[in-house]
Design a protein around this ligand. Structure first.
Ligand SMILES: Nc1ncnc2c1ncn2[C@@H]1O[C@H](COP(=O)(O)OP(=O)(O)OP(=O)(O)O)[C@@H](O)[C@H]1O
Length: 690
């Protein structure tokens, strides 16, 4: 049942006033007549029950399902000011055989304020995403300049800033197999920990889903949501911790116009509740465009315009560029930005810079007046709009907050709980997506049966030792390839989700990696056992339980070791390289097992024999079959002479009569541990490379 507004868990007392949830009208747009599409935007239509989210409190407004009386607890406003932001990338120039530096952003200045929805616009390749990445703290290497948060300097990869903000990237990177409620519940446990009760969490989830118009989608798997619903879910997941700052990279890309409107209306409403919301956007419709409070336009890495959205056309008009009637102002600005109508882009950039300096110098004056306790600031000198442009570092202090809500009680889940939650989530996803698991199990059973019948009953026969040798070698290949290839793309496939969740501080890398291992290792052990049990018996290798256990142990050890290599290769290389290099490595090391005698190996490659986990596990299974004081093999009466009747002779021929089983196991274990540590290191580097 949906919680009624009256049951909201928060007890918020705040002196901050929140603006009404209405959107800006179209009056500020000279080239968008009010009788056009914008004329309808102030219409509020009561939803009937058949519409999504039908509810007595639900009003359809600008495409947004407004949930009246539902608000997130207020957070202190956070204003961001940035000055002289430059971004350099280093690229290797092959023809000159040296690294070259290229500046992408050329000293951007500006501010993003609380309570406002800001759009970053500009032509393709202008630097929008780069600016957003820098502001969100997602990129810091190569960045110079200053970013201030509520008047305090912030480092470009500030950890504390990440606690205040969330970054929703272009690709939703959601978990397709989880239902909306499951995804929300898991994220709530991870983000808010267990200091607050289940009931409070449940109500919070209901409230967020209700506010975002997803309340009827709770049981829908994420992959069954529409593009717009996925975007809303991505926002809902981050709203759990109620961050005061939201960065969104192209939230409307791939959405139809009504979903776009819903998405931006939602952001607008979240901004009106006091948040700082910044998003990049491509060619919005006139309707969408005017929903933004502020506009920051980037062209060729320079600021082209910044300020209130309604003032963009007058700004361009002052420079002699007049928007034709019935023309979308956003389109017009983009056309000017790429030099259409004979526009001088450099002139606009200079004018934007001049305007910025004019306003900021007035802001400095105003701030000093503020410091001098001048109660009535004379805004007349710069005008009300100029005043709005100023980002007063004291802003946060001017609003008193006295809040008691679940966010103040919450603390992120502990590492152990993170691990348990992620493991549970993996289990859920595996249960839903059981097709892959079934394929893995079936593949092992099928190959085991085929191998078993190909080499049926060869195990005890002295005249079929070579056939058995091939079976054993084939078995090891099977273990290594399935172990490695089943996981080689694991991280590649979920790198985007991992990046998003990790960057937004859902969990640490350690619990995440452990939760993957704790699921993957038993699955691989189970699959290996299926193969071993079927093929071992069909080939007649079963002599006693001890030999079987040793055989299974080395098969599993080899397989898990290959799997650890698979994780490492997958975490390190790109998809194309990983699927190519993975098998190459397996082939390379398998050479040191099959018919390769140590004495015959070229000295320069002898080290490979020593570190080959394939060789170690293959020798282990060979020894479990023919070593360990195996009795004489059966020689058919029809055969006059069986050379390998005594299996030791075979071991001697293969130069493996002295297999040190313990050393082999230790080697395999060491390699497994090394590969896990290396994988964590590579993932950590990728996740924290800024
Ligand atoms: N790490 C990098 N190495 C080299 N070039 C880069 C790097 N990051 C960004 N660039 C370049 O900087 C420019 C701006 O890129 P950015 O992704 O910010 O553009 P954008 O405005 O978001 O474009 P779009 O709208 O097409 O996504 C592009 O020319 C891009 O190739």
């Amino acid at each position: 049942m949906m919680a009624s507004p009256a049951t909201t868990t928060t007890t918020t007392k705040t002196t901050a006033t929140v603006g009404p949830t209405t959107t800006t009208g179209s009056s500020g747009f000279s080239c968008c007549p009010a009788n056009g599409e914008s004329s309808s935007i102030d219409d509020s239509i009561e939803l009937n029950d058949s519409q999504e989210g039908g509810n007595n409190n639900t009003v359809y407004h600008n495409g947004l399902l407004e949930k009246q009386d539902y608000h997130f607890p207020k957070r202190p406003p956070v204003d961001i000011v940035f000055r002289d932001i430059r971004y350099d990338v280093k690229r290797f120039n092959i023809s000159k055989a040296k690294f070259e530096s290229k500046e992408i952003l050329h000293g951007l200045n500006g501010s993003f304020k609380s309570g406002e929805l800001t759009a970053i616009m500009g032509p393709s390749g202008a630097g929008k995403s780069t600016l957003l990445n820098i502001m969100a703290g997602y990129v810091s290497a190569g960045v110079s300049g200053m970013v201030q948060v509520n008047g305090k300097s912030r480092s470009h990869n500030s950890e504390s800033f990440r606690k205040l903000s969330c970054y929703i990237q272009q690709h939703d990177a959601l978990r397709p197999w989880l239902t909306v409620t499951e995804a929300m519940t898991c994220a709530t446990h991870l983000k808010l920990g267990f200091g607050i009760g289940m009931e409070e969490k449940r109500k919070l989830i209901e409230k967020i889903l209700f506010m975002l118009g997803l309340e009827q989608k709770g049981n829908t798997p994420t992959m069954g949501l529409s593009g717009g619903q996925k975007k809303r879910l991505a926002i809902a997941l981050e709203m759990i911790s109620n961050p005061p700052i939201l960065f969104l990279d192209e939230p409307t890309t791939g959405l139809d116009s009504s979903s776009c409107t819903q998405c931006i209306s939602l952001l607008k409403r979240l901004a009106q509740d006091g948040r700082t919301i910044v998003c990049t956007i491509h060619t919005p419709s006139a309707l969408l465009f005017e929903m933004f409070d502020q506009l920051y336009t980037v062209v060729q890495g320079h600021c082209f315009y910044q300020g209130p959205t309604q003032e963009m056309l007058p700004f361009l008009g002052d420079l002699g560029y007049h928007c034709p009637g019935y023309h979308n102002p956003a389109d017009f600005m983009m056309e000017i930005a790429v030099g259409e109508y004979g526009a001088d882009v450099g002139k606009v950039i200079k004018a934007a810079l001049k305007k910025y300096y004019e306003i900021s110098s007035r802001c400095i004056d105003l701030e000093s007046e503020f410091d001098d306790n001048v109660k009535s600031i004379q805004t007349g000198s710069i005008g009300a709009k100029g005043m709005e442009m100023c980002t007063m570092s004291k802003n946060a202090n001017t609003i008193e907050y006295e809040e008691e809500d679940i966010f103040s009680k919450s603390k992120p889940a502990s590492l152990v709980m993170q691990f348990l939650l992620l493991f549970y989530r993996n289990l859920l996803m595996t249960r839903r997506n059981y097709f892959l698991l079934c394929c893995r199990i079936l593949a092992h059973a099928t190959v085991a049966t085929i191998f078993g019948y190909l080499y049926i009953g060869v195990g005890p026969n002295a005249n079929q030792v070579l056939a058995n040798y091939v079976y054993l070698y084939g078995s090891m290949l099977m273990m290594v390839y399935t172990g490695k290839m089943a996981v080689v793309l694991s991280f590649q496939i979920e790198m985007e989700s991992l990046m998003r969740e990790h960057f937004n501080r859902w969990y640490k890398l350690g619990p995440y990696f452990l939760s993957v291992l704790v699921l993957e290792i038993p699955v691989q052990i189970f699959c290996s056992l299926i193969y071993v049990v079927i093929s071992y018996h069909l080939t007649g290798n079963y002599v006693n339980f001890e030999r079987f256990c040793v055989f299974a142990l080395f098969c599993i050890a080899g397989s898990i070791c290959a799997q650890s290599w698979g994780f490492f290769v997958g975490a390190t290389l790109s998809v194309k390289l990983a699927v190519f290099i993975g098998p190459i490595l397996a082939v390379l090391f398998s050479v040191f097992g099959f018919c390769t005698r140590y004495v015959d190996i070229t000295p320069v490659f002898k080290w490979m024999w020593h570190i080959s986990y394939y060789r170690a596990s293959f020798h282990g299974i060979l020894n479990s079959v023919y070593g360990m004081n195996r009795e004489d093999l059966h020689c058919p009466e029809t055969q006059i002479y069986c050379h390998f009747k005594n299996p030791v002779l075979f071991q001697k021929d293969m130069d493996i009569e002295h297999v040190d089983m313990q050393s082999n196991l230790v080697l395999i274990t060491l390699i497994i541990v090394t590969m896990y540590i290396s994988t964590v290191f590579v993932l950590w580097y990728k996740l924290n490379k800024r």
